[in-house]
Design a binder for this molecule. Structure first.
Ligand SMILES: Nc1ncnc2c1ncn2[C@@H]1O[C@H](COP(=O)(O)OP(=O)(O)OP(=O)(O)O)[C@@H](O)[C@H]1O
Length: 262
């Protein structure tokens, strides 16, 4: 990455599933410090795009660069040591471990998404206990959950679990934090709390990509927003720009309004 270059760059990315083009020639960039949103109606291709960026699956064609490096075909587990971290729509935390221990798992720079490798690495983490506990406590304090550190993960609300998942992702000190529907299932107070947390992260210079269904949330949280519809990018601009874009209104807001009226 050059001093002024994008942190992440998608260039003419395509993903087909058989005859279906789920992501159709999509290009966009995320600059360092930017909070980027990715929205669109159901089936627009958001999750697939997210999967291509995180390396869950490769694109059919096109290129993805992270910090200037071609990562198009790099497997998911090699992207986290490069500085990508993600949270999950269905939070994947470890039952039977405390809140603190779950955040400690994120301190391992090669922490993968799978269960067994994580548990194996958990043994190694225990040996650097003190430093890792302190760092995990700092992260929990940052997300406002220091007083829950010793609690079992099962005792937390969904909103709290999302914050723990963010703390876990931040533990790797990522240069790009990707959030998969962070507001899904949260009540109004929890959504506000999450919004405040993301604003704080933004102030600290954390670059983020948010895939989200909650339009109000994304409009408030993001510097710029990519809008997809039926696999294609139909807009990319500030929240004000995309919300007055006629194509976006027709494809997304119009459809939502029609749905609400039905
Ligand atoms: N593994 C897959 N195999 C076949 N088709 C898929 C697969 N994953 C996604 N698709 C299809 O690709 C298209 C885009 O799906 P995707 O999940 O990326 O959209 P989305 O914008 O995330 O939708 P939603 O908001 O409903 O989650 C849809 O038509 C979907 O059915």
């Amino acid at each position: 990455m050059t001093a002024t270059g994008p942190l992440l760059r998608l260039d003419r990315v395509v993903r087909r599933f058989g005859g279906l083009v789920a992501v159709n020639d999509v290009s966009f960039e995320i600059t360092p410090g930017e909070v980027k949103g990715l929205i669109g109606p159901n089936g627009a291709g958001k999750s697939t795009t997210f999967d291509l960026i995180t390396g869950v699956r490769p694109p059919t064609s096109g290129e993805i660069r992270f910090r200037g490096e071609d990562v198009t075909h790099r497997p998911a587990h090699t992207r986290s040591p490069m500085g990508m971290a993600r949270t999950f729509q269905i939070v994947r935390l470890f039952r039977g471990l405390s809140v603190l221990e779950n955040v400690q798992l994120g301190l391992h720079p090669k922490f993968p998404d799978g269960l067994w490798p994580s548990l194996l690495r958990y043994g190694a983490l225990r040996r650097q206990e003190q430093r890792s506990r302190e760092r995990a406590m700092e992260l929990l304090a940052f997300v406002g959950l220091a007083d829950r550190a010793a609690h079992a993960i099962e005792e937390l609300t969904l909103g709290q679990l999302r914050l723990v998942d963010i703390a876990r992702a931040l533990a790797a000190e990522p240069s790009l934090l990707m959030l998969d529907e962070p507001a899904a299932g949260l009540n109004d107070a929890e959504t506000r709390n999450l919004g405040e947390m993301l604003a704080l992260l933004k102030k600290r210079g954390v670059t983020m990509l948010l895939v989200e269904h909650d339009i109000d949330f994304i409009m408030n949280a993001c510097d710029s927003i990519v809008v997809m519809d039926r696999g294609a990018k139909i807009a990319d601009g500030t929240p004000a720009e995309v919300s007055r874009n006629p194509e976006v209104i027709a494809a997304y807001f119009g459809r939502r309004a029609a749905h609400a009226a039905a």
